[in-house]
Design a protein around this ligand. Structure first.
Ligand SMILES: *Cc1c(COP(=O)(O)O)cnc(C)c1O
Length: 232
């Protein structure tokens, strides 16, 4: 290949900015994980990140991940693949087979189907519960006022390992308000994981306690296919 791939340097830059933001917030550097969002990017674009040693990746569609990741996962050990897009119950079997973390648990039916499938195959996958902090009708996620009951149902009724909470703030609002709300919800429910922050706002998310940021375009470049709301 003649064109040089910038992804390793961009990854390093993002890592440094995360650590700086953590330090500024009085947090220890290294306490925030970076999920590199590789949706829409082909295998060749992902490989440089893997070669550079990166291991946590996010995809938002089961079908797309199924094309790219089984092979990459056999070539690179310890990959941790996160599902960050909506999950339909008819894709749960494939999702449980391929993903290592599911960040988008957002409704009772899905909790039940996921729990049953994890039990069936004897594989327990940590899940984040997606919270619709902006109360947007078109967006997935549990409403903040139903969050406590939903979290308890997942843990107690279904025995799901709830790693934490996840949110995608509304596009034209101050993300800090949403990050702060998510943080409070997590604390109130005794959860330590906070998946929040994307390319445009991950440093703010770290300031508000993110333990996992999901960064795509700042690492892989601009996406040509708009994809964000598509169902998994
Ligand atoms: C696409 C996507 C991201 C990454 O977005 P960038 O702006 O490219 O960093 C993060 N989270 C979710 C849920 C996404 O769908």
């Amino acid at each position: 290949m003649t064109q040089e791939n910038e992804t390793p340097q961009l990854l390093e830059q993002v890592r440094q900015k995360i650590d700086q933001a953590a330090l500024q917030a009085g947090r220890a550097p290294g306490t925030v994980d970076l999920c590199a969002v590789s949706k829409t990017f082909p295998e060749e674009a992902i490989r440089p990140a893997l070669e550079a040693g990166h291991r946590i990746f996010g995809e938002n569609r089961v079908q797309e991940a199924e094309v790219k990741w089984p092979k990459l996962k056999t070539e690179y050990t310890d990959v941790q693949l996160h599902l960050i897009g909506p999950l339909q119950t008819n894709k749960v079997r494939k999702a449980v087979d391929l993903f290592d973390v599911i960040q988008t648990l957002d409704r009772p039916k899905l909790a039940k189907v996921l729990a049953d499938e994890m039990e069936r195959v004897g594989r327990s996958i940590p899940c984040y519960i997606q919270i619709n902090t902006g109360g947007e009708p078109q967006k997935a996620g549990v409403s903040p006022k139903e969050a406590d009951a939903f979290i308890r149902m997942c843990q107690v009724d279904h025995g799901i390992t709830v790693a934490g909470l996840m949110c995608i703030p509304p596009q034209n609002e101050e993300p800090a308000l949403h990050f702060s709300l998510l943080h409070d919800l997590a604390v109130r429910n005794g959860l330590s994981g906070l998946s929040m922050g994307m390319s445009a706002d991950y440093e703010i998310a770290v300031q508000f306690g993110a333990t996992l940021v999901r960064v795509g375009s700042a690492i892989f470049g601009a996406r040509t296919v708009p994809h964000a709301t598509a169902a998994a």
